[in-house]
Design a protein around this ligand. Structure first.
Ligand code: HEM
Ligand code: HEM
Length: 163
């Protein structure tokens, strides 16, 4: 308990700087929601048609919107990198869920690149699977990260008030 208090006191100041400004938070939610929704539409349509059937028009349309949302998401990550991710990492705030979320985002960007440029072979099939699985898990990772982050911030603030 003593150690926990020491830990919280040490890190009491920077946790306020970790709050994500409201407008930027909505940019994250919007880009993630469009990415997940268009990815889910593509998966549902693609996997429900027979392999010899022509692709539905929904497939290219959902990917066009997905690609646009992916570029917007890259911009949003850029705004988060120094102010939120690096600062939180250095201050040891919410490292596990934040690190996992950051790795998931980086893998999505990397596999997204692969989906654009890899030929249809085993590596592309693996990239496709990895991208879809991480993509579906993304909202859960974000949710866990926010819940844990807010809990940590509340603990730090109540500790500060008690002093
Ligand atoms: C090394 C990586 C990361 C670390 C150490 C980290 C750390 C934190 C901390 C400490 C909080 C709690 C702030 C508070 O409520 O006062 C938080 C909240 C949050 N984080 Fe992260 N984070 C990381 C990566 C990310 C990434 C990649 C995203 C999304 C692109 C993200 C989005 C958010 C959001 C939306 C919140 C809730 C903000 C709020 O309630 O004000 N984080 N993070
Ligand atoms: C930062 C996040 C993301 C980036 C940068 C990204 C990028 C990309 C790119 C570049 C493509 C190829 C587009 C094309 O072939 O026209 C793609 C396809 C796809 N993405 Fe994402 N994406 C992200 C997040 C997600 C999420 C959250 C999901 C959720 C399910 C998802 C599911 C898919 C699916 C199902 C495909 C089609 C796979 C295929 O063509 O074989 N993506 N993504």
């Amino acid at each position: 308990m003593k150690r926990l208090h020491g830990h919280l006191r040490l890190r009491a100041a920077p946790v306020d700087a970790m709050r994500v400004p409201l407008r930027r938070r909505w940019m994250i939610y919007l880009s993630f929601a469009v990415l997940v929704a268009t990815g889910a539409v593509w998966l549902a349509v693609h996997w429900s048609r027979a392999s010899d059937e022509l692709p539905s028009r929904l497939e290219p349309i959902s990917m066009k919107i997905h690609g646009a949302a992916a570029m917007f998401a890259l911009f949003v990550f850029g705004t988060m990198f120094y102010a939120h991710m690096l600062r939180g990492w250095r201050a040891h705030h919410n490292r596990i869920s934040g690190g996992l979320l950051s790795v998931a985002c980086a893998l999505l960007v990397l596999s997204g690149w692969g989906l654009y440029y890899l030929e249809a072979d085993a590596l592309r099939a693996f990239t496709d699977l990895a991208h879809s699985v991480i993509g579906v898990a993304l909202p859960i990772l974000l949710w866990i990260h926010i819940v844990r982050g807010r809990r940590l911030a509340a603990r730090v603030r109540s500790h500060r008030q008690a002093q």
